[in-house]
Structure formats: structure tokens, C-alpha cells
Design a protein around this ligand. Sequence first.
Ligand code: MCA
Ligand code: AMP
Length: 503
Amino acid sequence: MANPLYDALFGRHAGSDAPFLYVPTGQVITYAGFLGVAARYAHVFGTCGLIPGDRVAVQVEKSPDALALYAACVQAGLVFLPLNPAYTAAEVNYFVNNSGARLLVCDPSQHAAFGPIAAKANARLETMDGSGQGSLRILAAEQPATFETVERTSDDLAAFLYTSGTTGRSKGAMLSQGNLLSNAETLVKHWQFVENDVLLHALPIFHTHGLFVATNVILLSGGAMIFMPKLDVDHLVKFMPRATCMMGVPTFYTRLLDHPGFTAESTAHMRLFISGSAPLLADTHRAFEERTGKSILERYGMTETNMNTSNPYNGPRRAGTVGQPLPGVELKITNADTGEILPHGEIGVIEVRGPNVFQGYWQMPEKTAAELREDGFFITGDLGLIDDQGYVQIVGRGKDLIISGGYNIYPKEIELILDDQSGVLESAVIAVPHGDLGEAPVALLVRGTQEPDLDAITAILTKQLARYKCPRKLIVVDSLPRNTMGKVQKNVLRDAHADAFKI
Ligand code: MCA
Ligand code: AMP
């Protein structure tokens, strides 16, 4: 029976003894071995009472078994919903309830904390740790290693990825099989991936970059991945001789450049370095080229759209640009107020349309309508221009968003908590340049009648928010600058605090 995404990414490798995952401990997992594990998990989902279309929320550490849960969901026609292990119980509670997930898979250490969350949401709770051990593996051991793939069409949903919003409420971006497959096919061709490729994979697998870009491209081309649990630059340098390519956020590249073992010799055999998820500084691009003689290929995407533009594989990869629209993707720059298309060279909102663009936000029709036009163009909220050579440059963001080490942080979500604290009249969270992470959040707190207790506020933030979202500095001020419309001038605050992380 047909299941376009499963057939293209996984089914085609049935019975293949070719390597799929090299684990740093020395283990090699073949395609056939991986598919067997995934099939067992697909059976377990059935025994848990899940039916096609149900959501499976997964908050586990990166491991081959965690990746097999993705394959299992696709094979069983379920919607895969991966979550950052950094999310707190309060955040997970929201995702499980909002998505209506029928199964939540968590680390065994969270079982007690998540028990009431799952029970209240009427979801089943199973566990998996960073080595794949847990209740799910015990259930899987009793299951057969083949599974009859559930029939799906391109329009059926394959995944939900939650992306926060400028209003503070996270939205579930619904991605169909066709969204994921069409983009993977485009990227394999555009970046010339082949079955001899070995990708250094140190990205998390709960985001588009590590899951749908890196992993899907390797699955579709039949290549292999050196699958590392997280970024460790010593490991990247150590395993690079066995790889042909790498994908990373800009922090990967700045940290590599700081490593003495990262040299022209150690990268001579590498055919491709790709960067995305956050702006790669032109200086980093140039320093990388000076060190290695290779030019990083920068591309631009979003959770809602997968990849939209890319610098060329053959041809100039220009620093400070994200290249041209990918084949099949239409891109225009529009006036934010009127929606009219602007001529090349003028700055406006980037809008994109194509088979990669998502299906909308789960159960949020107004938010979908606000960002996805009826004619299929998605309003990205990024500000950019198309230059005289047809390359797209991102010059800023129309949306109030901080990108820290490739993770998105929405100030509103933090401000809502800060505004509730005693001694805080109001607050503003801003992005401040950070050498390692690109940007990091800083909070300005306007003192009320009493002085805010910064230790108590930090404790509350840490309890409610994933650590990476917590402001690195809390600064108490008398007032916030406002424009004539009464809107807080975050640009003024950003300029005033631009040196907050300068050493
Ligand atoms: C970890 N910490 C962070 C971040 N990561 N703080 C701010 N921003 C971050 N990105 C904090 C932890 O909470 C912890 O805090 C401390 O840093 C150490 O944690 P650790 O895990 O050891 O950090 P790290 O290994 O240095 O991680 C930094 C990292 C990682 C390698 C940059 O964040 C990463 O892998 N980022 C990639 C994210 C990604 O894949 N984005 C793609 C999104 P404490 O000490 O206080 O506990 S997809 C996307 O954007 C679109 C679609 C696209 O175009 O790709
Ligand atoms: P996410 O919501 O995690 O999918 O993040 C998507 C956002 O990351 C985009 O809207 C951009 O603001 C940003 N982004 C992704 N790739 C790049 C890039 N190469 N340069 C600048 N910003 C980028």
C-alpha cells in the first residue's frame, strides 16, 4: 500500500545492509537494522491503541531509537511531534493538551512529573532514555521486525512542530507528507547528495534542521550519518575525516574556527558545509574560507516551510546572502502594509509559496489566516530584499524574535511571566549580540512601587521556561522608551545594551 513519505525515505532501503548510522561509540546501524527497530515501535503504537492521524509527542534525548520513533510514526500513519528535552513540565503540558497527543514518550527521569500531565490529557505515557532504554523498548522487544505500512497520501499530516508566536502562545505547524518529501527531493538534487555521502550530524532532531533537512536528505539519497548526541567540537574534528559533509547552525562554525585542530588539511576531503537557522556573519563566512579554502553554503528556511532559498552548489556562495529561491519555491518581497510586490533592491517582507509550505496551524484558523494567504503565499515575518544578482538578503525581522544558537525565543512569552511578578510594572525582552550564540535575551524590568526581587524572578523563570529561553541578564530600569504610538522602542533598547555581553 502506498505511503509516499515512508516509501521514499525508508521503504526503499528494506533489506539493505548499507550503513545508515555510525554512532561515536563504534556501533554501526544498517538501514535494515534501523527499519526493523522502527517496525517494532510501529507495532507498539498499535498495541497502545493509536490509530492513523493520532499525534505522538516525543520528548527524549537524541539517539538512534529516538530517530526510529520518527520512522515508526510515518510507517504507522501517525503524526510525529518531537519536543526539545529542555522544555519544562509546564511547557510539555501545553503541547500535549494543545495537540491532543494520545501518547507521550519522555525520559524515565520525567515519568513521575509527567504522569499527571498525561493522565489529565488522557494520553498514554511511555519512556525512553538517551540510550534508547525504557518502557517502550521493553514493549518493542516482543514485537515482530516487519510492519505492514499504513496507506497515506501526500496530503496526510506527517508531523507537528511547535513554533512560538509573537502573542506568546505556541502554534502547532502542520506538515504534510508532501511538504516534507517535496523539500527533501529538491534539496538532494540541489546539494547533490549521493549514497556515498556521510553527514556529520550533531544537531538536535526535534527541529526542522536536524530532522527534516539533514536526516531526510540522507535517507532519500541512501547515504549515512555520523550520529552524535549533541555538539561537541572535539568530536566534530575527530570524526570529520570519515565524513563528506556537515550541516550546522552558525555557532557550529564559530566554535570550529576556535578549535586548533580545525585546519585546511582536516577539511580537504569535505565536499560541503551548510549553515542555516540563524544569520551566518559575513566575517565567519570569510574566516572559514580563509582557514579551509571552502565556502560555507548558507540557506534559509522556517519550521512552517522547510527550506526556501539556498546559495548555489556550483557558483558563488555569497557571504551575507541566503542565495536564490529553491526550484519550485516562489519568493517575493512585499510591502508589509499593502502586500504589494516591491522591486528588486527594496526591503520588505519575505513571502514564499510552494509544495514546501505547511498546511496551517493546528486548530488556530485565525492565526493561519493571518500568515497564510488564500493564494498560498506564506508571510514569513522576515525582512529582506532581492539584490541585483537575484540573491536574497535577510536584513531583519518584522516579528519580535530572538534567535540564540539556532533556537527561537519569543520575547512575548517571557514578558508575560515577568509582567506578573511583584515589583515589576512592565518589561521588555530584547536580543543582544552574543559572540557564541549570535544573540541572547536580556530583560529590562521597570520597577514598580517596590524593588523587584531578581533571585525570586529568576527562580520562577527557570521553573516555567526552558533554560535557553531564560534571559541571561535582568536589568532594572525606571521606564521604557516609547514612540509616539506608545509602542516600546526595542531598537533603542538594543542599541543601549548592545555591549551587554562584550568581554
Ligand atoms: C543551550 N543553551 C542555550 C542554547 N543551547 N542557551 C541559549 N541558546 C541556545 N541555543 C544553554 C543550556 O540551557 C545550558 O544552560 C547551557 O547553555 C549549556 O547547555 P548545552 O546543551 O551544553 O549547550 P551547548 O552544547 O553549548 O549548545 C549550544 C548549541 C545548541 C550547540 C548551539 O543550542 C544547538 O545545537 N543548537 C541548534 C539548534 C537548532 O537545531 N536549530 C534549528 C531550528 P544552563 O547552564 O543555564 O543550564 S530549525 C530552524 O531554525 C529553521 C527551520 C532552519 O532554518 O533551520
Ligand atoms: P524557526 O521558526 O525555528 O523555523 O526559525 C525560522 C527563522 O529562522 C526564520 O524565519 C529566520 O528568521 C531564521 N533563519 C533561518 N535561516 C536563516 C538564515 N540563513 N539567515 C538568517 N535567518 C535565518
